[in-house]
Design a protein around this ligand. Structure first.
Ligand code: ADP
Ligand code: MG
Length: 574
């Protein structure tokens, strides 16, 4: 096992990282540190995931090589977000704890420009910056990059994803020709390759195994639910893990805020982290999350990028990301530092293929999990409560003086009743909430969903159904499954009772619970199938020998079916 000293790291830095608990170098550090310290090669492109120890890989060598007797900028690190930029500056300051005279400036948007300019003027040799703000400072001539030794592009893929391409190019054009460039990226899309082609000279390429440090320790699970049940499913999952400490990833800022608001309203220790918040708000949220005051952080990918928290128990994908690679970033946030973690996807039927794609990408299988039932959650919470009660440390000296009165007050309760009451005090919220909750699992294939949802429904009496005409039939390739699907999807009422379905050549009939008649009519309005407008109207009851005759119906019916409304027939034959 090679040590940091053997990689060429000098004493003062070894002392600093020892305090940080670094024992042996991580793979990316083993590769990059000697290259940078001895400047054996020029430019480097390193493919490495989050959590692989990149900051120290470039950070230790640049601290070691910083010329503290000079006051010009020697090293520039560009990263995509304010958080990441601050984190990097912070890490560098820790690494330089025992090296006098190293000055690091963090340059990022949303914070006082004057202070940042002052830091640079005081002779910062290292700047950690986000591209936007740095370019502003360059334009104001507040920073000079003409004597830069090395530029480090950290999380280059993410910088380009965030649309920093022009800023990056403008910044690189302000740096000297002979400098070295080091580019880190988790993925290598075309845009990143283009940057390396245009701005780097014969870079050596390093690939650090496909996996994160923690990837081995991450379990991947998914739950199948209907899209509209996502939030309920999230709550069940959170409730099922009383010790949960995790990040919930959403796709948009709006969704992030909404989910966080709902969680807060429902009594969870949760908050949101996204780009619409001010810097002060973000700092506040991150600090509370770090000290576990918040157990659930609802975040966008970009905002969560820089958050360095090692002991997360869960990552929850409230929605799958549009780009599969992002899933790797997300799940890499858990299972770090030797701990195990779980990455959960709340998926709907349409996302099954995406899950397959991710499985292929990660070369790992996802486990399909059942959303825990209300009963299972109650049980879990209850035992958790009991465990806590057993373990709680009683501060006798503090409560001593109150005890006589309390004992007296509770004298009338026997032990069993006392326990029941104490437990209920904490537990009633769960009992009440989960008393009559429905099943949330979406069966994983469509057929069984149709079968199940039909079988589960008690048949209604024929008079309790409304019968509908629909202008789609066999020649439109309509099957009962499709009708059920449309009724469920359009109305959004999952447990609507659907009666008989009769498919004819040109049109069909179906029945649903009468109390939803209006919902069905409304929900089918302005709907299309294969480009054709769908028409649904209430039709007359069918006469059926199997069922009790509906005595109130006196109208004659033609054949087995009520005739379709005329105007629809006309439309159809046009
Ligand atoms: P990345 O930039 O690749 O996402 P970081 O540089 O943020 O990864 O490192 C991830 C975590 O691992 C940090 O908490 C860091 O302090 C820790 N770390 C880095 N190198 C080592 C090491 N050699 N030994 C132990 N922990 C390390
Ligand atoms: Mg990093």
């Amino acid at each position: 096992m090679i040590s940091f000293a053997e990689l060429g790291v000098e004493k003062n830095i070894l002392d600093a990282i020892e305090e940080l608990g670094f024992v042996k170098p991580m793979p990316v550090q083993e590769e990059v540190i000697p290259q940078l310290i001895q400047k054996v090669s020029g430019d480097i492109v390193a493919l490495a995931q989050t959590g692989t120890g990149k900051t120290a890989a470039f950070g230790l060598p640049i601290i070691q090589n910083t010329q503290t007797n000079k006051n010009h900028v020697q090293y520039l690190i560009l990263s995509p977000t304010r958080e990441l930029c601050v984190q990097i500056a912070d890490d560098l300051i820790s690494f330089s704890k025992y090296k006098k005279g190293v000055k690091v400036a963090a340059v990022f948007g949303g914070s006082s420009m004057e202070r940042q300019i002052k830091m640079i003027k005081q002779g910062a040799q290292i700047i950690s910056a986000t591209p936007g703000r740095l370019l502003d400072l360059i334009k104001r001539k507040a920073v000079k990059l003409s004597k830069i030794d090395t530029v480090i592009l950290d999380e280059a893929d993410e910088m380009l994803n965030m649309g920093f391409r022009d800023e990056l190019e403008a910044i690189l054009q302000n740096t000297p020709e002979h400098k070295n460039t080091l580019l880190f990226s988790a993925t290598m899309p075309k845009e990143v390759l283009a940057i390396s082609k245009n701005y780097m000279h014969d870079p050596i390429e390093i690939t650090i195994g496909k996996k994160n440090v923690g990837a081995e320790n991450v379990k991947h699970e998914y739950y199948m639910v209907h899209a509209k049940d996502r939030y309920l499913a999230l709550k069940r999952i959170a409730d099922y893990y009383p010790e949960i400490y995790g990040i919930i990833f959403c796709r948009t800022r709006k969704e992030t805020q909404e989910v966080a608001d709902m969680l807060i309203k429902d009594g969870y220790n949760a908050d949101s982290l996204h780009g619409d918040l001010s810097q002060a708000q973000r700092d506040n949220v991150m600090n509370k999350f770090r000290i576990k005051h918040l157990r659930l952080l609802v975040a966008t990918d970009v905002a969560a990028r820089g958050l360095d928290v090692d002991n997360l128990s869960h990552i929850i994908n409230y929605n799958l990301p549009d780009e599969l690679e992002i899933y790797t970033h997300r799940s890499g946030r858990t299972g770090r530092a030797g701990r195990t973690g779980t990455s959960i996807v709340i998926a709907n039927m349409r996302e099954k293929k995406k899950i397959k794609d991710i499985e292929r990408l990660l070369n790992k299988n996802f486990e399909l999990k059942e959303i825990p039932s209300g009963r299972a959650i109650c049980e879990k919470q209850l035992y958790h409560l009991i465990d806590r009660m057993e373990k709680v440390v009683v501060d006798y000296s503090e409560i001593e003086s109150f005890l006589p009165n309390i004992f007296k007050k509770l004298e009338w309760l026997d032990r069993e009743e006392l326990i029941k009451k104490f437990v209920s005090l904490e537990f009633n919220r769960f009992l009440a909430y989960y008393k009559n909750t429905k099943e949330l699992n979406a069966p994983s294939d469509k057929q069984s969903r149709d079968r199940q949802s039909r079988e589960k429904q008690p048949r209604l009496d024929s008079s309790e159904y409304s019968r509908f005409f629909i202008n789609l039939g066999k020649r439109d390739n309509i099957k009962p499954v499709n009708i059920i699907g449309m009724v469920n999807d359009f109305t959004g009422i999952r447990d609507i009772n659907i009666g008989e379905i009769e498919i004819l050549n040109n049109f069909s009939f179906f029945e649903t619970d009468r109390k939803y008649e209006d919902d069905v009519l409304k929900s089918f309005r302005n709907k299309e199938r294969n480009g054709r407008e769908i028409n649904v109207e209430v039709s007359e009851k069918k006469k059926s020998s199997k069922r009790k005759k509906d005595k109130s119906k006196k109208k004659k019916q033609t054949g087995t079916n009520a005739a379709p409304p005329k105007k629809l027939l006309r439309k159809r034959r046009r």
